[in-house]
Ligand binder design. Structure first.
Ligand SMILES: [Zn+2]
Ligand SMILES: [Zn+2]
Length: 99
């Protein structure tokens, strides 16, 4: 066990802000730091089993037909994305939606 350090993935920002959508860092689990009891390296190379990878990282996007047909991989063209906020599912405009 080591002292906590700032997460190298999100640099302590705890995730990525996409417009109104905040995606928790999968490396540190949204804590902004790793180490101590939250040591990913001590759990092995596998990612934490807390769910499937984000939709836009899915293998399906390696298919050129899919990538060409679905213009926005975040909302699949609906211009809305679902988002968990404080335990509640909310629908927010996608980053591709017009202001
Ligand atoms: Zn992180
Ligand atoms: Zn979109």
């Amino acid at each position: 066990m080591t002292d906590p350090i700032t997460c190298p993935e999100c640099r302590g920002r705890r995730g990525v802000q996409l417009g109104e959508l905040f995606l928790s860092c999968t490396f540190c689990g949204g804590l902004g730091q790793v180490g101590g009891e939250n040591e990913p390296a001590e759990r092995g190379a596998e990612p934490p089993p807390d769910g499937p990878p984000p939709a836009w990282q899915h293998n399906v996007w390696s298919d050129p037909w899919i990538a060409e047909t679905l213009k926005c991989r975040f909302c699949l063209g609906s211009k809305k994305v679902t988002h968990i906020e404080a335990g509640t599912l909310v629908i927010v405009p996608c980053r591709c939606a017009d202001d």
